[in-house]
Design a protein around this ligand. Structure first.
Ligand code: CO8
Length: 255
């Protein structure tokens, strides 16, 4: 597939994907979901990529689902559009490498939901967040009713979902929606430094941490602990042995 909306730049084991439809504030249309599905497949097949970063071009990260595309949909078409988006965002969660959202501007509606499907969220001080669906007489359709409460608690989630209000980056940090707020011009420098730090760790361990944490959260504590104990054994005799030996020999590990 020839990408029209997404741009991919791979640098030092970091795949940076830029959503580039600034004339519509990067609003999510059918083409976006087709391209993102392909992008996840492409990145999955790049063995030397350790972290994926998603950002937006222009003044928005993503200003929501494409209202112009949705306006004439009937109920069944809208539900199908929702399922398509849910599947795409789920594939980001299931991607074995960590995904960082570098939130450069508006992250509204489906854009805010896209950040929620990422593993870590770093925001520019200019970023704005919200779930304005109720302003349009709609509800979120890309799992925002499910993921947001898991990230920020039900009270904070319903506050955003029921009012449709926009919040700034500091408020997003306060409620735990983002992990860090940085000056706009520092956003990509900070995100790349974070991505490189993660990429320098044991590659199998990084993948296992993401998988076990995410599965445990969805399945429950006991099941999660059982999975953790099982996977704790996985790096022994290979990557973990090298990491521990390197520590004892006071040298850098060779993954
Ligand atoms: N969809 C389509 N086009 C958009 C969208 C959008 N979500 N957001 C902005 N645009 C377009 C504008 O129409 C405008 O186009 P044009 O230049 O042709 O008039 C262009 O982008 C620039 O936007 P503005 O002129 O409005 O820029 P401002 O800086 O004045 O305002 C805002 C920026 C505040 C972000 C404003 O654009 C806005 O409020 N946008 C809509 C935000 C919104 O309501 N998002 C939620 C959409 S609903 C949703 O995401 C549901 C997700 C689940 C769907 C499930 C599947 C069914």
């Amino acid at each position: 597939m020839q990408y029209e909306i997404l741009k991919l730049n791979v640098e030092e084991r970091i795949a940076v994907v830029t959503i580039s439809r600034p004339q519509a504030l990067n609003a999510l249309n059918t083409r976006f979901f087709q391209e993102m599905d392909q992008m996840v497949t492409d990145i999955h097949s790049l063995n030397d990529v350790s972290v994926m970063v998603i950002t937006g071009e222009g003044k928005a990260f993503v200003a929501g689902a494409d209202i112009a595309e949705m306006v004439d949909m009937n109920s069944a078409q809208a539900s199908e559009f929702s399922r398509t988006g849910q599947n795409t965002f789920r594939s980001l969660e299931l991607l074995e490498i960590p995904v960082i959202a570098a939130i450069n501007g508006f992250a509204l509606g489906g854009g805010c939901e896209l950040t929620q499907a990422c593993d870590i969220r770093i925001a520019s001080a200019k970023a704005k967040f919200g779930q304005p669906e109720v302003n349009l007489g709609l509800i979120p359709g890309y799992a925002g009713t499910q993921r947001l409460a898991r990230l920020v608690g039900l009270g904070n989630a319903l506050h955003l979902l029921l009012t449709g209000d926009m919040i700034n980056a500091d408020e997003a940090l306060r409620i735990g929606l983002v992990q860090k707020v940085v000056e706009p011009e520092q956003l990509m420098t900070e995100v790349m430094a974070l991505a490189k730090k993660i990429a320098s760790k044991g590659p199998k361990a990084v993948r296992l941490v993401k998988m076990v944490s995410r599965k445990g959260l969805l399945s429950g504590f006991e099941e999660g602990c059982a999975l953790e104990a099982k996977e704790f054994g996985t790096p022994f005799g290979n990557e973990g042995a090298e990491g521990m030996r390197a520590f004892l020999e006071k040298r850098e590990p060779k993954w």
